[in-house]
Design a protein around this ligand. Structure first.
Ligand SMILES: CC(C)(COP(=O)(O)OP(=O)(O)OC[C@H]1O[C@@H](n2cnc3c(N)ncnc32)[C@H](O)[C@@H]1OP(=O)(O)O)[C@@H](O)C(=O)NCCC(=O)NCCS
Length: 175
């Protein structure tokens, strides 16, 4: 990982930091929802946030993370244990976001690799069908962990590719 890219747990006091960036994240996704009812702001000009956002600080199975580049916040991730495939997982990448200014500079890759290293086990990343850039991004990452399984769902649960791969725990220092 680039030494400047760090992934840290978002503290309860940083709930609003994640919530604020979630606005930008939803705005990015709204581009894919041009033909769907979702993706409109409310009367206050903000998007409604997911009902379960607060759970990321209340439920030990849910983890909110901030991505920082030399101390500056450049993104966030929400990880959980919900498998869109219905198959066993240890971790699912619920949401992952790098601010536009910092994209295509390897920061997303460095941040994701740091997250996988900190949370080893069976992973799943589900990508919306229209999010073609993210599909390339996650497939490249999944390939780094050896044989990955690529699924393609068209169900009410998910519409798009799902990458499943296993991250081995880091080896401790040899004695
Ligand atoms: C997807 C996202 C996290 C990528 O972050 P990033 O920091 O730009 O990613 P990286 O710079 O590490 O990209 C690594 C590689 O992934 C691929 N990639 C990343 N974004 C891509 C895009 N928009 N189009 C095509 N390929 C892309 C490229 O192969 C890239 O390597 P390259 O720049 O040398 O060509 C970022 O674009 C983002 O936050 N998007 C909005 C939210 C989102 O879609 N999140 C994922 C939800 S599943």
């Amino acid at each position: 990982m680039s030494p400047e890219v760090k992934v840290l747990r978002a503290t309860a006091a940083e709930t609003s930091v994640v919530a604020n960036m979630m606005q930008l994240y939803i705005h990015d996704f709204s581009e894919f929802w041009f033909d769907q009812p979702q993706g409109d702001v409310e009367a206050n000009g903000l998007y409604a946030l997911p009902d379960n956002l607060q759970s990321y600080w209340d439920d030990p199975d849910l983890v909110a993370l901030l991505v920082k580049l030399t101390g500056t916040i450049v993104g966030f991730a929400l990880i959980n244990v919900h498998a869109h495939s219905g198959r066993p997982v240890d971790w699912n990448m619920g949401e992952f976001f790098i601010l536009r200014k910092y994209r295509r500079a390897g920061i997303g890759t460095a941040a994701a690799q740091a997250i996988f290293a900190d949370f080893p086990g069976r992973w799943e990343t589900a990508v919306a069908r229209r999010n073609v850039g993210a599909q390339i991004f996650w497939q490249r990452l999944a390939e780094d962990y050896g044989a990955f399984e690529g699924l393609d769902l068209r169900t009410t649960e998910w519409n798009g590719p799902i990458f499943r791969f296993t991250v081995a725990p880091a080896k401790g220092p040899s004695s």
